[in-house]
Design a protein around this ligand. Structure first.
Ligand code: ZN
Length: 230
């Protein structure tokens, strides 16, 4: 989630190119993979440090996951959510800069995204649905070009700036296991360390009470999910 008031893809800067010959394989039938009930996980859940591998195929389950991710993102009033944030090791994230479920045209799904070009630098405040109420300034590229697959398995290229560029870079970091405080300068990061420590204590407490398994077990589950659907 990026806490900024600007809330629309800058249409004049939005350039999408379709590559008809490049598609992810779409599997039309259901495969039996048991998915856990999705929920947004907070730092320091191990999924948030997982470097996700590319998705190989778009299954009906993956479409269901993406829909659920949008729903969870709207519930939390966010504008972006990566699969790692719902404890899934898949290289994808969703964005709707309006954070409004009544604006489905603003929904963008980025599967196996790659940032292919960067221009300039811009500093701005960011927050994260996996670190609620924690905010900090982060330097990002001002303009980026991204290649990704959409939910139809079609490769597209898009050039973004302003909030859209920041949101995509923030979410792209998630699938690399990077969180926004990692990008902050040390002096500013120190200011929020105490808040981050509270999340650490809370998560460890939940592990002690059995709400979450130990880290090693979570990592084993992630590795298994990666094998089943990745
Ligand atoms: Zn985040």
């Amino acid at each position: 989630m990026i806490r900024l008031s600007c809330c629309a893809f800058p249409a004049s800067r939005l350039r999408v190119f379709w590559f008809l010959e490049l598609r992810l394989y779409i599997i039309p039938r259901r495969v039996s993979v048991i998915m856990p009930a999705l929920q947004i996980v907070n730092y320091p859940h191990p999924a948030l440090r997982w470097k996700s591998k590319p998705v190989k195929s778009i299954t009906p389950e993956l479409r269901d996951i993406v829909r659920k991710m949008f729903d969870l993102m709207y519930e939390a009033r966010g504008i972006g959510l990566a699969a790692n944030q719902v404890a899934l090791p898949y290289r994808l994230f969703v964005i709707n800069l309006t954070s409004d479920p009544n604006e489905p045209d603003e929904e963008f799904v980025f599967i196996n995204p790659e940032i292919t070009k960067r221009k300039g630098t811009a500093e701005g405040e960011e927050g994260c649905l996996s670190l609620p109420q924690v905010y900090g300034d982060v330097k990002r590229s001002e303009e980026i070009t991204v290649e990704a697959y959409d939910l139809n398995g079609q490769l597209f290229e898009i050039t973004l700036d302003d909030l859209a560029a920041r949101a995509v870079q923030h979410e792209h970091d998630h699938i690399e296991g990077i969180m926004f405080p990692d990008r902050m300068v040390e002096a500013k990061r120190n200011e929020i360390d105490v808040l981050i420590a509270d999340f650490e204590s809370e998560f460890r407490h939940k592990q002690e009470t059995g709400e979450y398994p130990p880290d090693e077990e979570i990592r084993n589950q992630l590795a298994q999910l990666e094998q089943e659907l990745g």
